[in-house]
Every structure is written in structure tokens, then in C-alpha cells.
Design a protein around this ligand. Sequence first.
Ligand code: ZN
Length: 142
Amino acid sequence: MTAEQLLYSKSAAARLLGVDPEEILDLQVWGTGIWVNIEGQRPRILSKRAFKQHFVEWRRAAARSLLVTTQIFNPHTYTVRNETKASYYRVQLLPGQVNCTCGDFANQQQVFKYACCKHLYATLQFCGYGSLMAYLSRQVAA
Ligand SMILES: [Zn+2]
């Protein structure tokens, strides 16, 4: 997994263009933007900025439907549930470090300096932090 594969995915392109992911035939990362070939349409070029914004906004939006609970016997540890998918992940907010057990977090951790999945966004929100940077900088200042 590379940063480009994570950021410029067919599913992200489909969401940005409002089409079905199967209608994205091909996607290429060019210097100037992302070239997207859509079934039955003329190819489109989307900006890298649009994908980067979407990467964060989509996860923040998805975080709103998640249910966060404190694990009372595990300090700094939270359970984040997706009621519709009946799935749950464990999130930890440790001093200067955060963790989630989901695949998205693991993928991001491989390629980005700071990983932040929807479970982490939900937990940060639950604990009163506006962003991951707000949490991490608070830890440094404390
Ligand atoms: Zn996660």
C-alpha cells in the first residue's frame, strides 16, 4: 500500500464524481491531477486537493454515525461501534500516540506520519478534541 493508492482510490473517485465504483474503468496519477476514465463518459481530471479533502471529510462524516464507549477497566481505551454493520474496533488515546485496530488505520500508518481513521475521529470528538493535531499538541503541552 502506498500513500497514492490510499488517497487516489477508485472508490474515492466514484464518491467525488457521484458514480458507481464499477463505472470507474481506470485511474491514473498525473503530475497535475488524477485522470479518471468513467464508463460511458469522457475522461475527467480531478485535483489532488479534492481527493485529499475528501479523504478527511469522508472519514469525519462517517465518524458521526459511530457509537463510542469508554472501556472502564482499560485506561485510555474506547470501543467504537458501527451499529449498522455490527462491527467494533478498539481505539486508544495514549500520551503522544493513538491507535485503532481497524485496517484503514493500519494502512494509513504504513504511509503517513499521522494516521486517522473514522473510529479515531469519533473518539477524538467524544473526548472533546477537534482534531488529531489538537489532541497530540495538547499532550506535548501537558
Ligand atoms: Zn479505525
